[in-house]
Design a protein around this ligand. Sequence first.
Ligand SMILES: *Cc1c(COP(=O)(O)O)cnc(C)c1O
Length: 398
Amino acid sequence: MAKKENRYKEYGIATQAVHTGTDYDAETGAVRRPLHMANSYKLPDDLSQVNYSSTDLLMYSRNGNANQHWLEEKIAALHHADDAIVLASGVGALHALFWTLLKTGDRVVYPNVSYMAVYRLFHELFNVKFGVETVMVDMTDLDAVRKAITPGTRLVHIETPDNPTNGVSDIAEIARIAHENGAILSVDNTFASPLNQTPLDLGADFVVEALTKFINGHGDAQGGAIISNDLETMDRIRYEAQVNVGAVISPFNAWQIFRGSVTYPLRMKQINETSLQVAKWLEQRENITFVSYPGLQSNPGHATAKKQMKNGYGGVISFGVNTDDKTVEKFCAALKVITFAVSLGHDESLIFPQPSYDERIHLYPEQFQNGFIRFSIGLEEPEDIIADLDQALRAVGL
Ligand SMILES: *Cc1c(COP(=O)(O)O)cnc(C)c1O
């Protein structure tokens, strides 16, 4: 597919979030592009030129649909990139990327802390089903990374900050090590999101965003994106993984995320601010055992985060409470403003305990092994969030 057009390239991110991918509706002049739920599009009169596995021609919605393409223009713009592919979920995007890039005998280096599906794909599935060599490493430790990335490694995948511990890895340095060894670097940018971090500008080859989170931002649609300047590989991903595996986004979800993303920069600025304020409050609150937030001076990843992140440090705080799993659950249930639910990056604050019996907890740094909670900051008043945390801690005697 051709490079995505961006008529607003010279403008700031908030302006691009409002204007890229939208235009007057050609038929009615409406100032919003419409939602096209059609599965099929009219074929050209001369069929001899039609390739039914193509994604260039609007023909069938799994091969590409109009609302998907408009959203792709905006996502590419937010990352200063030439191309983006929007799929049905963040995991659909991760799988599409890995499935296209990897084959039997390839070696992948992946992080010890990552989104659950990445762990499953590399710890249980790609290695066993397809004979891919998968090597887990602590991406926050550059010496360990240097040792793990051997010549002939095909792919290095990182997540920074990582889900769920908020660990920070050095994108530019890992890109350099990967490229020296002939490997490709992909970065899951969901926790940071593009206002705060654009990994392609730091040397990464591919970026994945779970649009479900901060970019849609309203907790009402699922979607994922792969972003890159490598147009040839992006077309292979469309052909191999979108058309022939099928995780394309529905036009409705693309339309919904398109709408949510208009206010993304504005929301994210507020979330950055509130998160730093709440993290600082948690840091001085008794019975809080640790606070992992890259914006805090005390964070071991702060210097690297400062180097590679801009505008702010994201909307997730990982912290520990000095108590057992059962009391952590009671604390979460006692919250009145903050919602006790999985996911992150919604308009409402979301809290999710990571119990000590979680199968991956032993892979995390020592302090995360007891009373660990992942907390996603929403758009409520910072004072109300803080007061809610305080009253719920008191309610369980902490
Ligand atoms: C949520 C999330 C994903 C997966 O996104 P879905 O839309 O839920 O499939 C991937 N990576 C990270 C870091 C996430 O937080």
